[in-house]
Design a protein around this ligand. Sequence first.
Ligand code: GLV
Length: 318
Amino acid sequence: LVLADLPGDGLERLRQRCEVTLRSAGVASEAELSALVAGYHGLLSLLTQRVGERVFAAAEDLEIVANCAVGVDNIDLGAAERRGVVVTHTPDVLTDDTADLAWALILAVSRGVVSGDAIMRRQEYDGWQPRFIVGRSLTGSRLGVIGAGRIGRAVLARAPAFGVETRYYQRHRLPIDTEGELGTEWCPLDELLATADIVSLHASLNDENRYLLNAETMAAMKPGSLVINTARGPLIDEAALAEALRSGHLGGAGLDVYENEPRVHPRLVGLENVVLLPHIGSATWETRVRMADCCFADLITMLADGRVPARALVGTVG
Ligand code: GLV
């Protein structure tokens, strides 16, 4: 059961090996998916599709869920594990494009790229002025990356090109050699928040880091600093972010993901110093084709070749 019409020719390859139902419009809800999924051995899901306990309960024959995303917070991995269902995702192929988009937001927020564009379109530009859309110098500033997985590391790796010094935080420190290659250093979260000019989030969402940035942690951030989020919306309390920006404590935000996606907190929409994108971190043709290819290849490996794919997150044993 394939829940989206994905780019590339992977669907044709899958059709040569398996019987396929394509629901190109997706399904409206978890309840609808539960009602539909019985009898299928494989499911290709999008990150917008919740695949929870009730779906697994309804899908007795299910062997694999191939999620067309690197993040798998839409899937109840515990339920998958208990029922012996393999879950795969799409790491690596989207790392560079997502890191690029994080930098696009850093640049856009620092330099008024979007507000400047809006002024030109409204034909309100009436000549060069010394105090007009005056941004902030990236060179010499400090970037704090939270979550140094593949994407976080790719964001760190791009920093020297902009003359930006970096620190990162995650629970486990990277090997010293990796830190050396990236020109970065681990530091405790409170120190990172207090000293970074830009904080960029690259952690996968779990029960422990929901609202990692809340009223209290944002109050501990350096005054005037920027928040960038290309990871998952619920890492930030959006109402608290809107308040920290309105009060002037934070200097700006660049967001690609939202707490209640696809909705964005109405108070963020009214703020000048915010750049809002519609979850397009992996959105290049090259990457979207590669993501689709990963999913179709994993479905074929599992269902036609009878092997557990290397990208399996759970269900790799037993
Ligand atoms: C996108 O957000 C992804 O997880 O791939």
